[in-house]
Design a protein around this ligand. Structure first.
Ligand SMILES: Nc1ncnc2c1ncn2[C@@H]1O[C@H](COP(=O)(O)OP(=O)(O)O)[C@@H](O)[C@H]1O
Ligand SMILES: C[C@@](O)(CCOP(=O)(O)O)CC(=O)O
Ligand SMILES: [Mg+2]
Length: 396
């Protein structure tokens, strides 16, 4: 009882990282192996409940990056979603098609500008996760992100993971030390619960997610992932990747669906493509984990990785998810003998380029200048860092 009162006065902030997929995107949806690493760019979700004296009966959502604010009277949510609100936070369930429709009506009432309509899926996911975990309770939720949205760096998963974590942190389903100062990590069983809810959220945004993005965002580091199972990868080499954002917008759900449609049309051929990707991911994981004793061995490992990235890119092209802007990045980096592949869903979005250890800084600067002269945006992010963390603040 005391804990419940304490919780009501808390503010919680959760942060979850984005990711890069080193090999295996799309094929991982069709049960092939993929390798992903978290990156040092985060989405932050803060949550607090109004006090009785605030006399506020609305659920508010602020999406700072896109300058949008939403507000629903909790009575309206209860009326539209009477089947939710029983707060079974400890047992994640899927959102039924009927509930999706009712949620869509609540989102439509908010009149999202046409140019930002891609956000509707994120707002629907928010309403689903919020009501399932916290019920019909007034609150203020604020979201900010260092990740570009809809660019292949897993902003949707970072959103689902940080949101699920903040909601669970102030629920009965987890037992946390609210007096802890600074960032705190969840226990294994709590991470598992967050990851399951985040996966249910990703289903609303991706349609048919593999679960790799929410898993790497939850646990951090580098992982090998296949059919819902993860293996932690202990990297034995320093991997430096240049990330180029083509800034061509695209939508993961549509791209995942287009690969599935191609698979229905050419089942045997696509099975061979997915199987080749599976081998690429496994080989890539083996190389990253194998010891590299000296510069020669490291250069050899990097050359193998480059070849695998090129082969993976070719197979992604076979799946129909490359794009003219991605091809421009590939051509540009090839001028400097550097290998690249798209990362995430493709169709625009981000491209990875391996920067070998012995590559001079001058060349890196030249490639970046060349890519940026095409209108692209380059960044070098830390790979394989922390996963989900939370932090308490507020009036206690
Ligand atoms: N910070 C955020 N605020 C609001 N919605 C978000 C945020 N991050 C992600 N989303 C949702 O996720 C969608 C992008 O997901 P997706 O197409 O899978 O691309 P990616 O995961 O590569 O960024 C956005 O259109 C939006 O609906
Ligand atoms: C294409 C896919 O493999 C990764 C999608 O990543 P992103 O949403 O583009 O960051 C889909 C998935 O695994 O759920
Ligand atoms: Mg996504």
């Amino acid at each position: 009882m005391h804990q419940t009162r304490e919780r009501e006065r808390m503010e919680v902030k959760a942060r979850a990282p984005g990711k890069i997929i080193l090999a295996g995107e799309h094929a991982v949806v069709h049960r092939s192996t993929a390798v992903a690493a978290s990156i040092g760019l985060y989405t932050y979700v803060s949550l607090h409940f109004p006090t009785d004296s605030d006399n506020d009966d609305t659920l508010k959502l602020q999406l700072k990056d896109v300058a949008l604010e939403f507000s629903w009277p909790v009575g309206r949510i209860k009326e539209a979603l009477p089947e939710l609100g029983s707060c079974l936070a400890s047992s994640p369930t899927s959102c039924s098609p009927e509930t999706i429709k009712s949620i869509a009506a609540l989102v439509e009432e908010q009149n999202i500008p046409e140019a930002k309509i891609g956000l509707a899926a994120g707002v629907s996911t928010f309403l689903w996760l919020y009501t399932s975990i916290q019920g019909y309770k007034p609150a203020m939720v604020v979201v900010t992100s260092e990740l570009p949205l809809g660019s292949g760096l897993g902003s949707s998963a970072a959103f689902c993971v940080s949101l699920s974590a903040a909601l669970l942190a102030l629920s009965d389903s987890v037992n946390l030390d609210y007096s802890h100062q600074g960032w705190l990590t969840f226990e294994e069983s709590e991470l598992e619960l967050v990851n399951k809810w985040a996966f249910e959220g990703e289903k609303i945004i991706h349609g048919k997610p593999s679960g790799i993005d929410n898993t790497v965002s939850t646990y951090g580091d580098m992982i090998k992932f296949r059919s819902g199972n993860l293996t932690l990868i202990k990297s034995n080499m320093t991997l430096k990747m240049l990330i180029t954002n083509t800034k061509v917008g695209r939508n993961t759900k549509a791209l995942v669906a287009s690969v599935s449609e191609r698979t229905v049309r050419h089942p045997n051929t696509m099975a061979a493509v997915f199987s080749a990707v599976d081998s690429i991911s496994k080989e890539l994981a083996t190389i990253i984990q194998s010891p590299g004793y000296n510069d020669l061995a490291i250069t050899e490992k990097e050359e193998r990785l480059e070849e695998l990235m090129e082969m993976n890119q070719g197979l992604l092209q076979c799946m129909g998810v490359s794009h003219a802007s991605i091809e421009t990045v590939l051509r540009t980096t090839l001028k400097y003998k550097l290998a690249s592949k798209l990362t995430g869903a493709g169709g625009g979005g981000c491209v990875l380029t391996l920067l070998p250890t012995l590559l001079s800084g001058t060349i890196v600067d030249k490639v970046i200048a060349d890519l940026e002269s095409c209108g692209f945006q380059c960044l070098i992010a830390g790979i394989g860092g922390k996963g989900l963390e939370i932090c308490f603040g507020g009036s206690s």
